[in-house]
Design a protein around this ligand. Structure first.
Ligand code: ADP
Length: 161
C-alpha cells in the first residue's frame, strides 16, 4: 500500500493546499494530511480548529483513504511510525525551492527510504500563502476566492471578534 503524507501548518487551509491535496490523493492508496503542532509559534487557529477545517473542506475520496491528524516532533519519525512511502510538498515559486530542497535533503539524510514528491502549484494559486491570506483578511480584504467558504467564515469570525 502506498501511503503519502502531506505535512504543513495549514494556518489556515487555502485553496492552494486543497489543490495539492486533490492531486496528491491520486498518487496514493492512503493519504495522511498532517498538521505539525510545533511549526507555528503563534498560530491564528488552534490545531483543533485547523483539523476541523480540513475535515470540513476535504471531499471524501472513493479510492483513497484520507486521514487528518496532528503530530509532534520530527516528521520522519512520524512517517516511519505510519509506514509512509513518500512526503508530498507543494512548490509555488523559486522562493519555495531553496527551503523545500533543504528540508527534502535533510529528511532523506534522516530516512533514505522516504522520498519527497513535489507538486507544482496551480498558477491561479501560486501566489497564495496562509501568511498572506491572514494578513489581507486581518485588514478586512476580500480573500473569499483564495480559501474554502468554511475557512472564509472562520477568518471573519476571528477578525471580527
Ligand atoms: P509549512 O509551514 O510547512 O510551509 P504550509 O501550510 O505553509 O506549511 O504549506 C504546506 C505545504 O503546502 C508546503 O509544501 C507549501 O509549499 C505548500 N503550499 C502552500 N501554499 C500553496 C499553494 N498556494 N499552492 C501549492 N502549494 C502550496
Amino acid at each position: 500500500m502506498r501511503i503519502g503524507i502531506y505535512p504543513g501548518s495549514f494556518d489556515p487551509l487555502t485553496n492552494g493546499h486543497l489543490d495539492i491535496i486533490e492531486r496528491a490523493k491520486k498518487l496514493c492508496d492512503r493519504m495522511i494530511i498532517a498538521i505539525a503542532r510545533n511549526s507555528e509559534k503563534q498560530p491564528l487557529f488552534t490545531v483543533e480548529e485547523r483539523l476541523d477545517m480540513i475535515e470540513q473542506c476535504c471531499l471524501p475520496c472513493k479510492n483513497t483513504r484520507v486521514d487528518i491528524v496532528a503530530f509532534d516532533g520530527l516528521l520522519i519519525d512520524f512517517c516511519r511510525d505510519k509506514q509512509v512511502s513518500f512526503i508530498v510538498r507543494g512548490l509555488r515559486a523559486i522562493v519555495d525551492f531553496e527551503y523545500e530542497y533543504a528540508i527534502a535533503l535533510m529528511n532523506r539524510k534522516l530516512a533514505q527510504e522516504i522520498d519527497t514528491v513535489f507538486l507544482m502549484a496551480m498558477s491561479e494559486y501560486s501566489f497564495v500563502s496562509s501568511r498572506m491570506v491572514k494578513e489581507v483578511a486581518g485588514y478586512g480584504g476580500d480573500v473569499s476566492s483564495l480559501v474554502p467558504q468554511f475557512v472564509h467564515t472562520k477568518l471573519r469570525e476571528k477578525y471580527s471578534g
